[in-house]
Write a protein that binds this ligand. Structure first.
Ligand code: AMP
Length: 412
């Protein structure tokens, strides 16, 4: 299929061809006609499949058709896209701006962690398409800076992550602020039960589109597993960086504390490193991404949540410094390498207490990952999982007090 078979207008096709997209990706081919037919859709597709354009192009097309009439009546927000993370929101905005380059449609993005006044100024001038993170959107709505009465299309991107991050109430609130009659598009990398339940409350007779099940790993990724005692992971990482892993590298850690710790070690060993996690200010995160994408720095360390949805693909290597406890996350992580015909490598470090995760991952991908035994920090095969001091203590067994629940900080 070609882009011109998707019934998109010339200005949009021109912008697409300038991006050098030859043909629509599968998710675009399947979603665009359904969205243009004004149906609700629920799409399971991972980052990297071209899913942003799968909703951006038909939204622009639908708005472009009535553009002149709507400008005369004053610009109203007609499409709302909700994203769980700021980086993803910014990236979606960039996509909309690129594809609408030859139209007069206006797009803006609002997100927390950045000054609110400039966002208000842009909104007051009028926009057609708004991309937002949930908290800032509700803030601006409370301050009467946003009117959602004219929303025609409502997009929930990365719905699974949205729910994982605890945005369910905000998302419900936002949906209720929009008119009842609207088109709803739900995109999610995975389809856990809670996303399906959410879709039942928000979508009307949706078309289900499923792209590449998360259990399939790209052919061009070679996977290697290192059994290593937990305290030796940093040394193993340094050893591999010195001797074998080269190019652009994304290292995943489970917690932001872990990200910071590894960053310090690598910096003190003269590596160029940037990091992404939830505690970094917005401007620092943007700067880090820019440096990594421009190849000024070749190592990025991130938590899953911070890296989700972000267009950093085409990597030479992914290092799973900590193994994910959700097997699908492993597939997402390593899918960022081995693209565009290049061979990428996924290195996974497994300590004694992560062996169960390996079993779950291998079951999901239906493959035995090659074990590399030839390294200086092997794990004693009889090693027992390390017991964390606090685990099992009587203090951990009781229910958490309300105060401690409130104090709970984000760890991603
Ligand atoms: P996404 O899944 O939306 O994050 O997109 C992943 C990457 O694919 C982005 O860099 C897009 O610019 C790119 N992309 C989207 N659609 C196409 C297409 N039809 N052909 C080639 N690249 C595309």
């Amino acid at each position: 299929m070609q882009f011109n078979e998707l019934h998109l207008n010339k200005p949009i096709l021109k912008a697409v061809s300038e991006k050098n997209y030859d043909t629509p990706t599968l998710v675009q081919e399947r979603s665009i006609p359904v969205i243009l037919a004004k149906r609700d859709v629920i799409v399971s597709a991972q980052t990297g499949t071209g899913k942003t354009a799968a909703f951006a192009l038909p939204i622009l097309q639908m708005l472009y058709d009535r553009q002149n009439a709507s400008v005369k009546k004053g610009r109203k927000i007609k499409s709302l896209i909700i994203s769980p993370t700021r980086e993803l929101a910014i990236q979606i905005e960039e996509n909309f701006k690129t594809y609408s380059k030859y139209t007069n449609l206006r797009t803006t993005v609002v997100y927390g962690g950045a000054s609110i006044e400039p966002q208000k100024d842009i909104l007051r001038k009028g926009v057609d398409i708004l991309i937002a993170t949930p908290g800032r959107l509700l803030d601006l709505h409370k301050q009467d800076e946003i009117n959602l009465d004219y929303i025609e299309t409502f997009v929930l991107d990365e719905a699974d992550l949205m729910l994982d991050m605890g945005f369910i109430d905000d998302v419900n609130k936002i949906e209720h602020l929009c008119p009842e009659k609207k088109q709803v598009l739900l995109f999610s990398a995975t389809m856990p039960h809670k996303v399906v339940e959410l879709s039942k409350t928000m979508l009307n007779n949706p078309e289900r589109i499923e792209i590449s099940p998360t259990s399939s790993v790209a052919k061009d990724v070679s996977q290697v597993l290192y059994y290593v005692p937990k305290p030796k992971k940093i040394e193993l990482c340094l050893h591999l960086l010195r001797n074998s892993i080269k190019g652009s590298i994304l290292i995943f850690r489970r917690t932001k504390y872990g990200v910071d710790k590894l960053e310090q070690t690598l910096l003190s060993n003269n590596y160029k490193v940037v990091t992404l996690h939830g505690d970094k200010s917005q401007s620092l995160r943007q700067e880090a991404l820019k440096q990594f994408k421009n190849n000024e720095v070749n190592i990025l360390i991130a938590t899953d949540v911070a890296a989700r949805g972000i267009d950093i693909n085409d990597l030479d290597a992914v290092i799973n410094f900590d193994l994910p406890n959700v097997p699908e996350t492993y597939v997402h992580r390593i899918g960022r390498t081995g693209r565009a015909g290049k061979i990428g490598t996924a290195y996974s470090f497994c300590s004694a207490d992560e062996k169960l995760y390996v079993a779950a991952i291998q079951k999901l991908i239906n493959t035995q990952i090659t074990i590399e035994e030839d390294h200086p920090y092997p794990l004693d095969p009889k090693a027992k999982p390390e017991v964390h001091k606090k685990q099992g203590s009587k203090y951990r067994k009781g229910r958490k007090s309300e105060a401690s629940k409130k104090k709970k900080k984000r760890w991603y």
